[in-house]
Design a protein around this ligand. Sequence first.
Ligand code: ADP
Ligand code: SF4
Length: 684
Amino acid sequence: MQNDFAILFEPVQIGPVVAPNRFYQVPHCNGMGHRMPRSLAAMRATKAAGGWGVVCTEEVEIHHSSDVAPYNEGRLWDDGDIPALAIMAEAVHRHGALAGIELVYSGANGSNLFSRATALAPRPMALISGSGFEPGQARRADREDLRALRRWHRAAALRAKRAGFDIVYCYAGHGLSLPMHMLSRRFNDRTDEYGGSLANRARLLRELIEDTKEAVGDSCAVAVRLAVDELLGDDGITHHDEGRAIVELLAELPDLWDVNVSDWSNDSATSRFAKEGYQEPYIATVKSLTSKPVVGVGRYTTPEAMAAAVRRGLVDLVGAARPSIADPFLPEKIRAGRVEDIRECVGCNICVSADSKLVPIRCTQNPTMGEEWRRGWHPEQIAPRKSDAEVLVVGGGPAGLECARALGQRGYRVALAEARREPGGRVLREARLPGLAEWRRVIDWRLTQIGKLANVELFPGSPMRAADILEAGYAHVFVATGATWRRDGVGRGQWRPIAGHGQAHVLTPDDIMDGRAPAGRVLVYDNDHFYMGGVLAERLARQGCHVTLATPAPLVSYWAQYTLEQERIQRQLLGLGVALAPQHTLLAIGAAGAELADASSGRAVDLDCDAVVLVTDRLPNDALYHELRPALADRRLRSLRLIGDAAAPHIIAQAVFAGHLAAREFEEPAADETPFRVERALLA
Ligand code: ADP
Ligand code: SF4
């Protein structure tokens, strides 16, 4: 271990339990929840195996009247839910880590779509769950309701203890729970003993902490997760005012303070908008207000920043969700002095999108995330090679890099040929766009690993033709040649080329990334809907263009809602003077203007512009693959596989996954059956 980081491996007393080190996986959702308990247990166990001293659940519903369906979170409604959570606690314990559980009563943040129960809130108020625009309201909780809620929370704490958990949370974070709604002046207008003064608004949280301590405090630590700042100014809790005051008020009651900013989009800010340690200013004073240990987050991926946060007295335990997703073995790598092997989170929030989309968690950097149980994948281990076969991977983008790396890890001899002088493919180019610099870590980690593998040889500046490949005598070829943005505007809902697309002032994202710089009035037409349209609009606006961002979607960068970025992107673009035209379809491009249609009214809209950037579909670069296909038929090639964007253009996470999957499946028998295990309800 490097002595510099020894501080991170000190044990920390948390009430009646001891964390073996300072690496603390804070609660994080994962899209599996109560529906996929085996997948969940295996994923959490992998983190414990990788050295995280504490591994927590996601939010766990304590009662059917606090139901966040359709989201897949944890559930502890009654004894029937204990076994599913117990397998997680047991799996975590097997590796010497503590297991934490975040008990939540969602209140107005639970639509109760499943249970159909009436939600409770400080006052009668609209549900604030799900899309944020759900019909229905929550009922004002009266004293009897709050007494009942305390009973439910206490019962859940006892069940959590029976399930084997060591740390039990009272949750007042992210704006997602009734105790937090009670704290908030926005929601709490009560005149009883639960309203008015801060002490009154904090009464429910205090009672829950006291109840939990009384119920399980003999053997379990009681933690509080508190949002110390909502980043809403005077409308919300702020760290210098009530955030601080709440901690002062309850300072010595819990065994652990887990503090962060709210809401979730602020807590899990992407690298486009926030850098490592971004929560430090908000949590800086908490430790001075309590003698209890403090955990905080801030997408810490480097041991230097982690150790500094401890040394400077900011936190006792380094909290992490995303860094532990991108690299479940991060602590172990620091311990072993292998810091350069850390697979650093790139801050893209694809992990978050899985929860929003109700599917098992995935990660751009770590293709094994979420696959631990169903495919038996381990982030650090892979099956050894089956033969002495030599392999050629063509294309050094995320798919090709990951495929070559993982094949190399298996022990195969691999040649990786990349046409450009510098490998990295789309990531190399996209990481140069505003705010996306950290995405380069996708390349950097893979190049570092490949550099350590004597059996993988990288050939940059090597454009490969089919004839070259066959002449060189490779028997096994993976084609990862990427994709090209379409020039004709064909895309979702627009199957005909857009009239006027062939003119010199009509550009694609590839052109911009290759250095073409339009000037004057620029229309960016986004029929892609994730980050590219918004990022290009930002870049061009920063270069002095007068930019209009038009899209057929109801919001610009529509899909970025699922990575918690849409509102920020929109605000940023407006701040840069970009004109936004949602619900507009591009019909035709003229010499000095464009014709759009307002999608809601069908009215034609003319826009003067000097250049148009089409962010529409992409075309897979699969010509090489098709040229090689005949060689497979006549056995000059023994295997040939098309992967990543060259097969079907998608997000970077999918390219990395495709490369990894191809490497794992190489020389394995192909099966027609579902290639992974599925958690199914057992019918007695
Ligand atoms: P993916 O996301 O699927 O990895 P990328 O577009 O990021 O796709 O990367 C594809 C890479 O393949 C690019 O770096 C490109 O330069 C390279 N490439 C494309 N065709 C060839 C070829 N014939 N020989 C070598 N490299 C190629
Ligand atoms: Fe980090 Fe992106 Fe992986 Fe999430 S998906 S852990 S943000 S690299």
